[in-house]
Ligand binder design. Structure first.
Ligand SMILES: [Zn+2]
Length: 549
């Protein structure tokens, strides 16, 4: 229900190439199909050297505002016509240095390329800074300006979406007063601003594409602190506070396919994986990466701005997926793995591959049936029957063959907790771009309410009953409705996970205390029974008497 705009201090950095130690460069270039190096170019401009570490830079916190969203009035899901690309509104920050006109043109060009790979009906607002004091080793930086969670049509509950993605998913500018992406470029470098073909000098378009990717959501906010060597997600010691988990964080698994976020109860186990075993394992990424999760950059010591939020250099250093390496690479395309990761985060791709979009409740009560819809968004779709497969905890996979553009799955969970729902769509033959299947991931909070109180009591005495919602609703408002025998109805909206009520009965008998907890339009009801005995006073004796026919 609430937006979260928080201080965010991690910058994702690209380092300037270092001279020397480029012995394997020519060999690598020969294998890099997506590279378009000018043969006359200064070879230093394309070196892959692993750079020296740069300290993390700090950004002041953006102004904090809050907005309420109604989860009960979600807009319609993506329409087919919506995967037609995205537009960027780029503003160069006046308080920074004045960029050369070529930089302005080149950033427009890079943003235009991203606009052909992903879709949003909401223009993506970029704040770019031509920076004279960025640090000698830094080419540029890129971050989301703000994150938003639990907005209308969010696929995953309690997940901090970069605002550009949140806007795209909801189909509206959720916080129009703020921009989406902050970019910085080092004003002191010898850049090449060439657009269609890289020239000599550091290739600005490659760097811009890389930093835009971070700002669009290619960013993990889990981290390892230097003092305790422990792993954290949004709850670490002072000095870092990034919204977490992002959609990117949600996708990270270890070699055993266990989500890293599942290790939060064991900080050292989480740290161990952030320092050596982190892979992006969404359904589309696995399809694009020969069936396996994509290995992320996990050096053995935590590197701010580099660890987790890039692809592994050894794995992807020579292929088509070099844009998001931790070190500078000249390339004009993210590659299929990186774009699949964007798709797994929730971006609708505009480059012709099949997409799956979903709708459904973010929050639902236990034992309450909920409808989820899946939709195939694929320009090349020719009407052939396709199969939707829905997978989630507590259920055998639901396989729905013979469908076309949409499908509905009605699901009911009997235990509280966050439930991951994966839907995949295939027509049985390879989809476009080599993919045989497309998928999407949702995450729904299933809640329950329990009512506790005495089972027996006496007339004219107050008894306290407590209702408790599980699990933590993460700040979503809860409305408790109390209905009890011989008592007025009480409706109590609150943010609290517990609510209580003291009740007194004047007449004996079996009394029921019914609590209905409602979150985001879904309700769970539980009944507690108390047997009230009559107390002997001077004049009256009440005997509990129940006759059943
Ligand atoms: Zn980066």
């Amino acid at each position: 229900m609430y937006t979260s705009i928080r201080a965010f201090i991690l910058l994702l950095i690209l380092m300037t190439p270092l001279s020397g130690t480029a012995s394997t460069m020519s060999d690598r270039i020969s294998h890099a199909t997506a590279i378009h190096l000018n043969e006359q170019a200064d070879s230093a401009s394309a070196r892959w050297d692993v750079p020296a570490l740069s300290p993390a830079l700090l950004l002041p916190a953006p102004p904090v505002t809050a907005a309420r969203f109604s989860l009960e009035q979600s807009p319609l899901p993506f329409m087919e016509s919506h995967n037609t690309g995205a537009t960027f509104d780029i503003a160069w920050v006046a308080s920074c240095a004045t960029p050369p006109p070529e930089a302005v043109t080149a950033l427009d060009y890079a943003a235009g390329l991203w606009g052909t790979w992903i879709s949003s009906t909401v223009p993506i607002e970029v704040r770019a800074c031509w920076k004279t004091d960025l640090g000698s080793g830094v080419l540029g930086t890129g971050i989301p300006i703000r994150y938003i969670r639990n907005f209308p049509n969010a696929p995953q509950v309690d997940t901090d979406y970069p605002s550009a993605l949140a806007n795209a998913l909801s189909g509206s500018d959720l916080q129009p007063e703020l921009g989406d992406i902050r970019l910085e470029f080092n004003a002191n470098l010898t850049w090449s601003f060439a657009t269609t073909t890289p020239g000599s000098g550091t290739d600005f378009v490659s760097v811009a594409l890389h930093e835009l990717a971070h700002g669009l959501g290619f960013i993990g906010n889990m981290y390892v602190d230097s003092q305790y060597k422990a792993g954290w997600c949004g709850d670490g010691p002072p000095g870092y506070y990034g919204p977490c988990p992002t959609p990117y964080d949600r996708l990270v698994v270890d070699s055993a396919d266990i989500p890293l976020l599942d290790y939060q109860a064991d900080r050292f186990a989480l740290a161990a994986r952030l320092l050596g075993d982190a892979n992006s394992g969404g359904p589309n990424t696995r399809v694009a990466n020969e069936g396996t999760a994509a290995k992320l950059n996990t050096p053995p010591s935590w590197q701010w701005g580099s660890s987790l939020s890039h692809l592994d250099l050894a794995t992807f250093g020579e292929g088509d997926n070099r844009l998001m390496l931790p070190t500078y690479a000249v390339t004009r395309h993210p590659g299929p793995v990186t774009l699949a990761m964007f798709q797994d985060m929730g971006w609708l791709r505009a480059d012709g591959v099949p997409n799956v979009t979903t709708t459904g409740p973010l929050v639902v009560g236990v034992e309450q049936p909920a409808d989820f819809t899946g939709a195939l968004v694929w320009p090349a779709y020719a009407g052939q029957p396709v199969t939707y497969t829905w997978s989630t905890a507590e259920h055998a996979p639901l396989v729905h063959p013979g469908r076309t553009l949409t499908d509905i799955a009605t699901l009911t969970w009997s235990t509280p907790g966050e439930k991951v729902l994966t839907v995949t769509v295939t027509d049985g033959v390879p989809f476009g771009n080599g993919a045989s299947v497309a998928g999407a991931v949702r995450r729904t909070l299933v809640f329950d309410v329990n009512v506790n109180g005495p089972a027996q009591g006496d007339t004219n005495r107050a008894y306290t009953f407590q209702a408790q919602v599980t699990p933590d609703s993460a700040g979503l408002p809860i409305t408790y409705t109390w209905e009890a025998t011989d008592q007025p109805v009480v409706v109590h909206p609150t943010q609290n996970m517990t609510d209580s009520r003291a009740l007194t009965w004047t007449h004996p008998g079996s009394k029921t205390v019914t609590v209905t907890a409602a979150i985001a339009g879904s309700a769970v009801q539980r009944v507690h029974t108390i047997q009230i005995e009559g107390i002997v006073f001077d004049q009256f004796i009440y005997l509990p008497l129940v006759q059943r026919q």
